[in-house]
Design a protein around this ligand. Structure first.
Ligand code: SAM
Length: 493
């Protein structure tokens, strides 16, 4: 959660530095939305460290500290909680009125029968039930708020509190309680996970590694639908952008089935790239497309731009170097019944641009439908832009090639660790293209990837000076060095 808001703070800082940056300020609302979405995801996903009002209820037995093999029975404990006695005739109504102060725990009944001193059900008290209350809200009969007091009076329920000995078991505990009880005291137990279908994907810290199997099992127990927990064992620096991972707990089936923006995907998560946090970005780009446009996806992965684009009525050329991504991309085109709209390639991005793209581009540019090129390989894509230089050779006929609206619309992604991430990515695009993009690009902040690392998207119309060799680009850029000032404007203005 913190990362998202830190990111938006930094964005404001960028805006203060560059008040003229129209595109970035327009993106602020979008980013605020994304940040909020991240924070939601993180709080849903985080196993630990979020404030939990009733964590104090459970005082774990010391015997569980340091446990590495999960022994669920060892977590059972009897605790004393407040309860109120309610006649069965008004039970439902009173429970509804006291819902804010009632005890809430996974798998726990909060309305219980009364027992006599031997612990047996007391049939003489059959007309009444006990409602268990949250000890953080109710400590005595005076703790009820006016709303609850009024309801109790109205239904004739005596405002008296009694103690109830409640047996809490592993099933009633939250994952953070279990992990706090097990992991070494004083050490951070925060450990978020991303969910990809049935797989929970974690990045454990060193001190958590000895407890990996137990942590994995707890996640499976506490998250319905998760049947496999994996831990990243490297950073994402492989060519194919996939993680190496080890299974911590559960089944070792790595073939995930996910749904993103209404589209179904299947893939082997251990062998391809998939990031659930890019769904908003996929949707953003797809929303720019019109039926009949052509989409060229140079680093397509398993299809999260290509397939929705095809479903929207676009013709798609989709490429990925990873043979596994290519295989799953083809599988997904069939799964979503768009195999007639997508031509897929398994090539290096530069070869793809200089081969199939070069072959098709002149004809596409003669048409009136837009051509969008998507380059989502943020670690390298900006450098790949050089493959477009002189791509089409000498300009054949100025009157045809000058139709600006038929030049490809580029959406190129880049990571940046610079304070001015926007300027950084634009300058890197300019350096690859050897042309200034001043006044001709927009930059979108996609997401805050890590502290001080942003993922950005630079969008621009590919200048014809880049595509045709008749223009002396090296001269252009050397005579007019990248300006150091802000140089991005929104093309829609
Ligand atoms: C960050 S992933 C993006 C995948 C997909 N577009 C998405 O949004 O989820 C980058 C993809 O580029 C592929 N890739 C890496 N190097 C490549 C290259 N030189 N040429 C083509 N594809 C490459 C990887 O296999 C990976 O699937």
């Amino acid at each position: 959660m913190a990362a998202g808001w830190r990111g938006s703070g930094r964005l404001l800082f960028l805006l203060q530095k560059h008040p003229s940056c129209v595109s970035l300020s327009q993106n602020l609302n979008q980013f605020a939305r994304i940040s909020f979405k991240f924070s939601t995801i993180h709080s849903q996903e985080a196993m630990t460290d979020q404030p939990q009002s009733d964590l104090g209820l459970y005082k774990p037995p010391q015997t569980v500290r340091g446990m590495t093999e999960l022994d669920r029975a060892a977590f059972s404990q009897t605790v004393s909680v407040p309860a109120i006695r309610i006649q069965t005739s008004v039970l439902n109504k009173v429970v509804k009125s006291l819902k804010k102060v009632a005890l809430q725990r996974p798998g726990l009944k909060r309305v219980v029968e009364e027992h006599n001193e031997d612990g047996n059900k007391d049939s003489s008290k059959g007309e009444h039930r006990l409602l268990l209350l949250d000890p953080n809200s109710i400590t005595s009969a005076d703790s009820f708020g006016s709303e609850e007091s009024d309801a109790l009076k109205a239904y004739g329920v005596p405002q008296e509190i009694q103690k109830y000995e409640l047996k809490l078991t592993y099933e009633n505990l939250k994952s953070e309680e279990i992990l706090r009880a097990v992991l070494p005291e004083g050490q951070d137990v925060t450990s978020g996970f991303s969910r990809v279908g049935h797989i929970a994907h974690m990045n454990l810290r060193d001190h958590q590694l000895p407890y990996g199997k137990l942590i994995g099992q707890v996640i499976i127990d506490k998250n319905p639908g998760v049947t496999c927990v994996v831990n990243k064992t490297n950073t994402i620096d492989s060519t194919y952008r996939n993680f190496q991972m080890e299974v911590l707990a559960g089944e070792s089936n790595m073939v995930a089935k996910v749904r993103e923006n209404g589209v179904f995907y299947e893939f082997d998560f251990s062998r391809v790239y998939w990031n659930p946090r890019l769904s908003t970005e996929h949707e953003r780009i797809v929303s720019l497309l019109q039926r009949g446009d052509t989409v060229v996806d140079i680093f397509a992965g398993v299809g999260p731009f290509a397939i929705p684009a095809a479903r929207r009525g676009c013709e798609v050329l989709a490429n990925d170097l990873n043979p596994e991504s290519f295989r799953w991309l083809q599988h997904n085109t069939k799964l979503n019944k768009v195999d007639n709209k997508i031509t897929s390639f398994n090539m290096d991005g530069r070869d793809f641009i200089r081969g199939p793209v070069r072959e098709r581009l002149p004809a596409l540019m003669k048409g009136t439908q837009k051509i969008h090129m998507v380059m989502n390989l943020p670690a390298l894509a900006l450098e790949f832009l050089d493959a477009f230089r002189n791509l089409l050779g000498p300009e054949p006929d100025q009157s045809v090639s000058c139709q600006k609206n038929n030049l490809p619309q580029m959406h190129c992604y880049g990571f940046s660790k610079e304070d001015d991430a926007q300027r950084d990515v634009v300058e890197r695009a300019e350096a690859s293209l050897k042309i200034s993009l001043q006044g001709q690009c927009s930059v979108h902040l996609v997401r805050n990837v890590a502290p001080n690392k942003e993922m950005m998207c630079v969008s621009f119309t590919l200048p014809r000076e880049v595509l045709y060799s008749t223009h002396t680009l090296d001269k252009d850029i050397s005579e007019e060095p990248c300006p150091k000032k802000q140089k991005c404007e929104d093309l829609t203005d």
